[in-house]
Ligand binder design. Structure first.
Ligand SMILES: Cc1cc2nc3c(=O)[nH]c(=O)nc-3n(C[C@H](O)[C@H](O)[C@H](O)COP(=O)(O)O)c2cc1C
Length: 124
């Protein structure tokens, strides 16, 4: 069972997760109501808040809010102060840490750092 949940609109986050080789659950718009049922890390790109409804639905479902351990956020640094605002806002709202930040589908370095985070948190 995966201990990573992610959301992707244009496929960059999906590509990043695929590069890690780790099992992960993809939050989908058609049915975001899935209970992780165990501690997990959320990986999200940044968009306007109204594009993140499925992630909010997912987080609000059953025990998901209690089980989230932290957020890994992606985005584009050209957004300056709004870089990874979605990940930061979710982490702040749920009182969990931002564990890692990267751009687009991540570099090889990002993949390695992400795996370290997953190992440290122990939700692999
Ligand atoms: C309409 C739109 C709005 C975006 N807004 C932000 C933003 O506010 N902050 C940021 O860091 N990145 C922003 N991005 C960049 C995406 O978060 C980034 O490309 C991410 O890797 C996309 O992941 P995905 O392909 O998995 O959806 C935006 C991209 C688009 C297309």
């Amino acid at each position: 069972m995966p201990n990573i949940a992610y959301y992707s609109v244009t496929g960059q986050t999906r590509r990043f997760i695929k590069k890690t080789g780790l099992e992960a659950y993809e939050i989908i718009d058609a049915d975001p109501f899935y209970e992780m049922g165990r501690p997990f890390i959320l990986v999200v790109p940044s968009y306007d808040d109204d594009m993140m409804d499925s992630v909010i639905d997912f987080l609000s479902y059953k025990t998901n809010k209690q089980n989230i351990q932290g957020v890994v956020g992606s985005g584009n640094r050209n957004f300056n102060s709004l870089f990874n605002h979605t990940g930061r806002d979710i982490a702040k709202g749920l009182h969990v840490p931002v564990l890692y930040e990267y751009e687009f589908n991540g570099t090889d370095h990002d993949v390695e750092e992400f795996k370290k985070v997953v190992n440290t948190i122990g939700v692999k």
